[in-house]
Design a protein around this ligand. Structure first.
Ligand code: RB5
Length: 157
């Protein structure tokens, strides 16, 4: 798979190790920066990661910030993105298997390196099952997204 990898300065300390694991699992990295510990704004990197998915420049993305929260909120604003913060291996594979999660977000200030790398592997090895109940729920998510983007909930009548 092509895996987009992006982070802000809070996630930067984990980035190189995550890239190593992604490559050692046989995947290609689409590097979205940032490339140093200099302070940057997580919405910029959440957006870039989300766009990599929306534009099909990557099959999945891994996004890192200090907590995982800000960058996941930003990425989830992009249509087609299903980003989740996972700080355990169960969520990282179940999120893909049941929810077709396509973006993994990690907080480099929350999880240690060893756990983070196991979480990354769980995410990469998981596949969406497409079982009937999961497909039904995914269709409902996509319908929420369609309606949100149509403006029907926000336009004045
Ligand atoms: C940066 O200091 C920090 O706020 C950011 O990495 C992230 O944790 C936001 O959710």
């Amino acid at each position: 798979m092509r895996i987009a990898l992006g982070c802000d300065h809070g996630g930067f300390p984990l980035k190189a190790k995550v890239a190593e694991v992604v490559k050692s699992c046989g995947h290609e990295i689409v590097d979205l920066g940032t490339d140093s510990s200099c302070s940057v704004d997580y919405p910029d990197y959440g957006l870039t990661g989300g766009l990599a998915i929306a534009r099909r420049e990557a099959d999945r993305a891994i996004l890192l910030c200090g907590s995982g929260i800000g960058i996941s909120v930003a990425a989830n604003k992009v249509p087609g993105v299903r980003a989740g913060v996972c700080h355990d291996t169960y969520s990282a594979h179940q999120g893909v298997e049941h929810d077709d999660m396509n973006v993994l977000c990690l907080g480099a200030r929350i999880v240690g390196e060893a756990l983070a790398l196991e979480i990354v592997q769980s995410f990469l090895n998981a596949r969406y099952t497409n079982e009937e109940r999961h497909a039904r729920r995914l269709a409902k998510l996509l319908e929420i997204e369609r309606r949100a983007n149509s403006g029907e909930w926000t336009q004045a009548s």
